[in-house]
Design a protein around this ligand. Structure first.
Ligand code: BDP
Length: 558
């Protein structure tokens, strides 16, 4: 599936803006134009826009509706592309059902047949999470419960586009690069019914550096893509009736017992677990927020991030290619723990969940296949990997992932399960989340280094795989200063991070550190959450807390 782009053969119409919105009953069908609907912004979550609690916390279905007119050209095909709606949705054109979205973090791409002069587009979103959705959740007595730590934002979260295609068009392009000696072999697979396929590769200065039909193209003396020099080439595919330009980078990744390598050079991951989250917008994609985030990541001297805990927008992936960040791409398998005694059981996370899990891995790899920034796939965050049924579940999911993904694989382990994890054998890089002096031994900053150090050494010895500490963090309220430090003060966050760094630096198998979190973010309300999760090194408005300055210096030299 290709991201919609306009050129001499293809048009795009952007349907973002103000739509009609209302909560609707279970059996609602948009047979007629919505009445009593209010205004709502697209893309955005609706939850922090509305002012009444009932709507904000509505569990069930909501309707988004808009009317559009576009010039419909003869012999052209039209499609609808919604970057993401949370979570499942049914899409209707002029009252007729045209397709479904199965998950809140993936694009929906549907044919638009029978376009009229004026068209009513209705999207009925269901925000409920069950054990057969990802992330999982449970609805009890009308209330939604879930065990992941970010707010269950609902809405049309990414761009809504209508685009046209010629009848015979380019459906998909897959680019693979092999770096070797003085040249790079670029393999190009084009999925199309077109007969004449001409490919050319342009360098960053627009010079044509290779031409050919699909298959193998050779770029001599290639500039490789790296975090220091994120050099991007453009592949131009042109046929008798269509054209598409796809950016790509020439780079190679591999892992061994000791490390992770980009273009054969060892990589040390410096960065954060993040979230798509901002005031009012919720999880709505926003170019200004995205750029601010990347500017701050650069300012921090970071080189990587994890898309905790779901795939981020395609616009963010494009920016990561351009800014030169290594991305650990994560599927929305999070909160698969703390459900009574067992989490993986016939009545909880089960075979049906696994079918969706595998489908989402396939869709993510398909969506992100040409992004040089994506260097590793994370199949889940903190599932209960010590449970026997989880062992079976992940054996199945991970062996499937290997058939659709040639990148290194990981699964991010939760503190209490790592030791007895039944999945370590099947992954390439061990990722662990640790919260000494926070969730365990709260405030005992003196234990952090020893505890983490012992664990990292023992774990590396046993697993013989490189380790990234993918989460460690302390909730910190900006403006709270204390000497000696106490938890929640800015001083404590800095000291806490320093203790973690000491342990990380002492372990030869440790190949990276991702602080939890880049910025404060909204969560469900809870005793541990005063205005959300405050472990950000940046505030929710994206200003640095005290620790940011220390970490920035550390990463400059690391
Ligand atoms: C970890 C989770 C993350 C949470 C974090 C925390 O992976 O999603 O936000 O804890 O509690 O266990 O801050």
């Amino acid at each position: 599936m290709l991201y919609p782009k306009s050129n001499k053969y293809r048009d795009i119409y952007n349907l973002n803006g103000i739509w009609k919105f209302k909560t609707v009953a279970e059996d609602y069908l948009p047979t007629v134009k919505a009445e009593d609907a209010s205004c709502m912004a697209v893309p955005a979550s609706y939850n922090d826009i509305v002012t009444d609690r009932a709507t904000k916390e509505h569990v069930g279905k909501v309707l988004y509706e808009t009317v559009f007119s576009i010039p419909v050209r003869e012999n052209m095909l039209y499609r609808l592309r919604i970057g993401a709606t949370s979570h499942q949705c049914d899409v209707y054109l002029n009252g007729k059902h045209i397709g479904r979205g199965i998950n809140g973090f993936f694009p929906i791409d549907l044919p638009l047949d029978n376009l009229q002069e004026e068209n009513r587009l209705s999207v009925v979103i269901d925000n409920r999470l069950t054990f057969q959705t990802l992330p999982p959740g449970k609805v009890e007595k009308g209330r939604q419960t879930y065990n992941h730590d970010f707010y269950n934002f609902t809405g049309i979260h990414r761009d809504v586009l209508v685009y046209s295609l010629p009848q015979k068009h380019i459906r998909d392009i897959r680019i693979k690069t092999v770096v070797g000696g003085d040249y790079s072999a670029v393999s190009v697979e084009v999925d199309t019914d077109c007969k004449q396929i001409a490919c050319k590769i342009k360098d960053a200065e627009n010079n044509v550096v290779a031409t050919g039909t699909a298959g193998l193209l050779k770029v001599e003396y290639p500039h490789t893509w790296s975090t220091e020099t994120p050099y991007l080439y453009t592949l131009v595919v042109e046929t008798e009736s269509d054209k598409y330009e796809e950016r790509f980078g020439i780079r190679k990744v591999h892992v061994d017992e000791k490390g992770f390598y980009l273009n054969d050079k060892p990589v040390y991951f410096k960065g954060f677990g993040m979230h798509e989250d901002f005031f009012i917008l919720g999880k709505g994609n926003n170019a200004a927020v995205n750029i601010r985030n990347f500017e701050l990541l650069k300012w921090m001297n970071a080189n990587s991030f994890r898309t905790s805990h779901y795939p981020y927008s395609e616009e963010i992936m494009d920016l990561a290619d351009e800014y030169g960040f290594l991305v650990i791409d994560e599927v929305p398998a999070v909160g698969m723990h703390w459900w009574d005694d067992y989490n993986f059981a016939p009545d909880k996370v089960n075979g049906e969940t696994a079918i969706l899990h595998k489908e989402l891995i396939k869709q993510l790899m398909d969506r992100d296949k040409n992004h040089p920034c994506v260097v590793m796939l994370s199949v889940a965050n903190e599932p209960a990997t010590h449970e026997e049924a989880a062992g079976e579940y992940f054996k199945d999911v991970i062996s499937y992932a290997r058939t659709v993904c040639d990148l290194p694989l990981t699964l991010v382990e939760f503190t209490h399960f790592t030791e007895n994890s039944l999945v370590t054998d099947w992954i390439d890089v061990v990722c662990i989340n640790r919260y000494y002096a926070w969730y365990t031994e709260h405030a005992q900053i003196d234990v952090v280094c020893d505890r983490l150090q012992d664990e990292l050494h023992a774990y590396y010895k046993a697993a013989k795989k490189p380790i990234i500490v993918t989460e460690f963090g302390a909730d910190t309220l900006e403006g709270v200063h204390m000497v000696p430090s106490e938890t929640f003060s800015e001083e404590f966050q800095e000291e806490y991070l320093i203790e973690n760094f000491k342990a990380i630096d002492s372990c030869e198998g440790c190949i990276g550190e991702h602080i939890w979190n880049f910025a404060d973010f909204k969560t469900k309300e809870g005793l541990r959450r005063a205005r959300g999760n405050r472990k950000g090194v940046f505030t929710r408005e994206r200003q640095p807390k005290l620790a940011a300055h220390f970490v920035r210096k550390r990463w400059k030299d690391k």
